[in-house]
Design a protein around this ligand. Sequence first.
Ligand SMILES: Cc1cc2nc3c(=O)[nH]c(=O)nc-3n(C[C@H](O)[C@H](O)[C@H](O)COP(=O)(O)O)c2cc1C
Length: 178
Amino acid sequence: MKILTLKSSGNRNGSSNALAAEFIRGAKEAGHSVTEYDVIHADIRPCLGCNRCGMSGPCVQKDDYEKELKGLIRSSDLLAFVMPVYYYNWPAQLKTVVDRFYSFTGELTSMRKKAVLISVAWDNSDSAFDVVTAYYRRICQYMDFQNQGMIIGKGCGTPDMTKRSRYMKEAYQLGKSL
Ligand SMILES: Cc1cc2nc3c(=O)[nH]c(=O)nc-3n(C[C@H](O)[C@H](O)[C@H](O)COP(=O)(O)O)c2cc1C
């Protein structure tokens, strides 16, 4: 299976990427190939809502999404959404990646891709992830993605906190289980 990790933290060595690395280690051990994509450091502009794509055609934004990420999404079997929680929601740049599904929504939906969520927050409460998980589930439902699992990294405020947490093992096991 081809896995695409959509990483959305500006901290290249941060908490969400630490969990992603364990997920990737497990997935590779299970025989899968992994492409890592850093959406924060790419040139990905917002959907303008111009509808020139007609939901099935080229986007007017000639950026990294149109030039490379769209193709990577198309050719992957599983999308891993990797994120720090920002104000109890998805980071804006990763939300932008989803908004840009618009130019190939029908095609993408018909591909019945798999998906996982890997998230971290400083907050140690379950409710800190309410919006993050609700949106993820809704997108899986709408896009016909098959959810393969969620890592809900509570109390993962720094890389040290994260590396000491049980979520490292959970992330590895999720990758290995695919
Ligand atoms: C802009 C911003 C907003 C944040 N919002 C929240 C929040 O709503 N709840 C929370 O628990 N932590 C919040 N945090 C903390 C991060 O989620 C947390 O430090 C996380 O470990 C960062 O992950 P990273 O190292 O992968 O970037 C926020 C951090 C930033 C920079």
